[in-house]
Design a protein around this ligand. Structure first.
Ligand SMILES: *Cc1c(COP(=O)(O)O)cnc(C)c1O
Length: 355
């Protein structure tokens, strides 16, 4: 084998590094923001019902049942909905279809680290815009020439929420390029910007079923926006993979949007567990950023974050640490079940006592 077989672009890529998915089963896994509550039983039943001889047939390339279920849920039309194999795939198509222009794409200096990876893949020029000292996003900083704007709300890995009024303030002043709001965590404490898509044809909102609907393993993501934005995404998708959602994913995702009770119940449980975890970490001396997500971002004033993450790992608790400027003293900790959170706190006790 010889790297000269590679297309030139491959040499230039810096791929995204996902959080570890360890093979060990005795770990308290608080590193990739999975939901500790299981998916809706109705989702599992719908997937079971789909397991039949029909698997020999291709799925619906347009996943129309799912688009309709999402449209019903958010009071939009199916023509305003795009679906894909996880929101990472949806975002890849968004970068390709809507954010590749001569002027640079803008996103925060601290945000989902997949954004610069997509820019590298598609050759998109970008500029990062520093968050404020307290890690909040100042929308006024985005009023400059740009080929598009993208940010996560709540932001990752900080968990900070940008009020919907700030998003509307920006949309009013930035009408010549697309503004993408990545709402992977919105159900844990924010208000979706989907309510604004009818008024702002340049607004695209992306979401995922991985976090608030406990379906990271099913790989379903979506985008909502003006039909013309959706049409651009469909053109890219149909030039790439006509069937990104398989039959099981479509059936399961439809059931996930239909079972509102399970969704509300589990989402409230995560929010309540988050509140308890924040208090307990503060008692241990951590400074915790206000979180509207299913994770918290915290630092300990006396302890090195990388050392803490390593010590936790020795005690079979895994959290996420990023070796990145401004946040290298922070840990991103997924809000687990009460038992998982207790195990985290129990492990931290002796680590902090060791001095
Ligand atoms: C988890 C996450 C995604 C990706 O979700 P998938 O649907 O699982 O691909 C997108 N954006 C942010 C900010 C995330 O944290």
């Amino acid at each position: 084998m010889n790297n000269s077989f590679w297309s030139p672009v491959v040499h230039r890529l810096t791929p995204y590094v996902p959080g570890e998915q360890p093979k060990l089963s005795n770990l308290v896994k608080l590193n990739t923001n999975e939901n500790p509550c299981g998916p809706s039983p109705r989702v599992l039943a719908a997937i079971q019902a789909e397991l039949s001889d029909a698997l020999r047939l291709y799925p619906d390339p347009n996943a129309e049942r799912l688009k309709q279920a999402i449209a019903d849920y958010y009071h939009v039309t199916p023509a305003q909905v795009f679906v894909g194999n996880g929101s990472d795939e949806v975002l890849a198509h968004v970068f390709h279809a809507l954010l590749h222009h001569p002027a640079p794409l803008l996103f925060p200096d601290i945000t989902y680290s997949f954004y610069p990876v997509y820019c590298g893949l598609y050759g998109i020029a970008f500029e990062t815009v520093p968050l404020a000292e307290d890690f909040t996003l100042r929308v006024a900083d985005y009023l400059r020439p740009n080929g598009g704007i993208i940010f996560a709300n709540p932001n990752a890995p900080t968990g900070c929420l940008l009020p919907l009024a700030d998003i509307e303030w920006l949309l009013e002043r930035n009408q010549k390029s697309v503004v993408v709001v990545d709402e992977a965590y919105i159900d844990f404490g924010g208000e979706t910007a989907i309510a604004l898509v009818d008024r702002y044809p340049n607004l695209l909102v992306t979401q995922t079923l991985s976090k608030s609907r406990s379906l990271a393993g099913l790989r379903v993501g979506l985008a909502v926006g003006h039909p013309e934005l959706i049409e651009a995404l469909e053109r890219i998708k149909n030039s790439f993979n006509s069937y990104p959602l398989d039959r099981l994913a479509i059936a399961g995702a439809v059931a996930a949007f239909e079972d509102r009770d399970h969704f509300e119940h589990t989402r409230r449980a995560v929010i309540a567990n988050r509140a308890e975890l924040v208090v307990a970490l503060a008692e241990l001396g951590f400074a915790v950023l206000p979180s509207a997500a299913n994770f918290i971002f915290a630092r300990h004033p006396q302890r090195d974050a990388a050392a803490l993450a390593a010590a936790l790992r020795e005690r079979h608790v895994i959290v996420r640490h990023f070796h990145l400027p401004r946040i290298e003293q922070f840990l991103r900790i997924t809000v687990g079940s009460p038992e998982q959170n207790a195990a985290l706190l129990a492990a931290l006790g002796p680590i902090l006592a060791e001095g």
